[in-house]
Design a binder for this molecule. Sequence first.
Ligand code: SF4
Ligand code: MSK
Length: 647
Amino acid sequence: MAKYEKLSIDPTSSPMVEKAEKDGVSLCWDRLHRQEPQCAFGQLGICCRICNMGPCQVDPFGEGPQYGVCGADADTIAARNFVRMIAGGAAAHSDHGRGVAELFLEAAKGEAPGYGIKDEQKLYAVAMDLDIEVGNRPIKEIAVDVGKAAFEMFGSQHGPIKFVKRAPLKRQKIWEELGVVPRGVDREIVEIMHRTHIGVDQEYRNILLQGTRAALGDGWGGSMIATELQDILFGTPVPLPSRVNLGIIRDDHVNLIIHGHEPLLSEMIVMAAQQKDIVEEAQKVGAAGINLGGICCTANEILMRHGIPIAGDFLQQELAIVTGACDAMVVDVQCIMQSLSEVASCYHTKLITTNYRAKIPGATHIQFEEHDALNTARKIVLAAIHNFPRRAKTNVRIPAEHMDLVAGFSHETINYLLGGTFRASYRPLNDNIINGKIRGIAGVVGCNNCKMCHGEGHVEMVKHLIKNDVIVLQTGCSAIDCAKAGLLVPEAAQKYAGAGLAEVCETVGIPPVLHMGSCVDNSRILMAATAVVKEGGLGDDISDLPAAGAAPEWMSEKAISIGQYFVTSGVYTVFGVSFPTLGSPKLTKHLFEEYFDMYGGMWDYALDPIDGANKMIAHINGRRQALGLDKKKERVLMDMAMRREID
Ligand code: SF4
Ligand code: MSK
């Protein structure tokens, strides 16, 4: 058992880790302990195993070898590793997006029973952005065209991918001049794999240009396609209350935990769990009902649209099973630990995989059939129900703690909440940034990492930001952690936010920390930033905004892809834990300094979350100064002509 001074800030996790130890179950913290000391070359990004003459390592202290067998230096090796992480992350998000597009097209054609168009307004808006004629055409025709246009963005060879033109004009120009406009989502990922093969691209700055193309193809392509089409199919989120943490698991209910990233099947599971005959079946086996709970980003998807409570984040997936009350855990893709199978085998839990891309030895596979989705979902819920009687009641321990939260802040909803139905607009946000009540905007996102005290990085960073009047937009496990700490309720404004931010939140009735969804929904943050630019008064590009991004506990390749598209969209972005290029000072300087001149955004690193938050605040202050917002101004009552002038 790994012994850490403080393993987690979350009141439910440490007791469950203790229970696991008592039950003889090994968890990620134990396995990390057994891996230590981990390979420093790997951590610094200077271990290459791209060809069979390797693995090769470069000595960062200059005493040992400086070149791989083929002559590659630290800069080339670190750059190749870095962009291969981008390729992995962009591929994960984009293959998710492709799956959504496939289902969307089938639903539009009426070939996927149970799925349909839920948000017509959004369909029209997306259609117009894709140059699809709306007019008086039937919805079905428009939807089919939208589905086809989404597909084209994956396979197109010459681009630009169409959503790129949603970015501010100045940003598009920067990308054009640097030659990094994505030509097609898939093409850019493939080209990374080609260019990082032995003996191809060996100039680190050039390698990174391709990393940018692929990352932009993720943020403004694959991820954005996933978010937009999911909203049209399942509804654009609106604020709604729910609860979070392992305490949402119920002793007397069938507990079905839904884990992974895609909402396609989980939407149907939510529906199936409410069907009368299924509820009766649960009662027949002695349960009071069926309790759904989420883990990771599938959790965020069904939270945002249905208010289904969240059982936990990435590091709580094993712990949900350790409670002894998880009757089934159903998983789709991404962030699913292989250990779940082993942990489940120590209890009665049934582990169910559902996607042909993601099987796990020891799990039961129930393939998600889009043409028969509700039946697939029913089979899964029934499997959980029929496993309920096998629960070893004497070894059940469910933590009591759970927390209230408000989620569902799509960028459309923020627009509506701020401006009201009469004049939905980001104007009030811009005005409050200009008058200084809100210092700036931060996007704090990303995973957990068991190398850090679980949740501390997210919560400490976000608390420090809101105390300094920075409004925080969140997605992924970061949002789950801050929700557990009570930061996602309107009352958090009075308790934790600075006076200016608290006043704005109270007036509008929103929390100081806005949950915008899952990892692919980071595209919502891009759209919100663009909307703020377009509203006027804060410069003419994302890089002009008093804004910053962070992933203080990152672990996945997807986080690197997200970071790269944030940075190259003009956002100053700080990562925690460790940074995978530190073994190449030249590449690190390129990302941490030269990028600022190229993109107006840059990477940074801070192990300590408060240091990270202070760096973000310093950047925000710098942007305010550049915009002339640091000086006190006479309050001028503006008439329409003056407003037009600003626009
Ligand atoms: Fe070594 Fe070069 Fe092969 Fe990498 S590509 S493993 S540095 S020989
Ligand atoms: S789930 S990618 S651990 S945020 Fe999106 Fe959480 Fe990171 Fe997976």
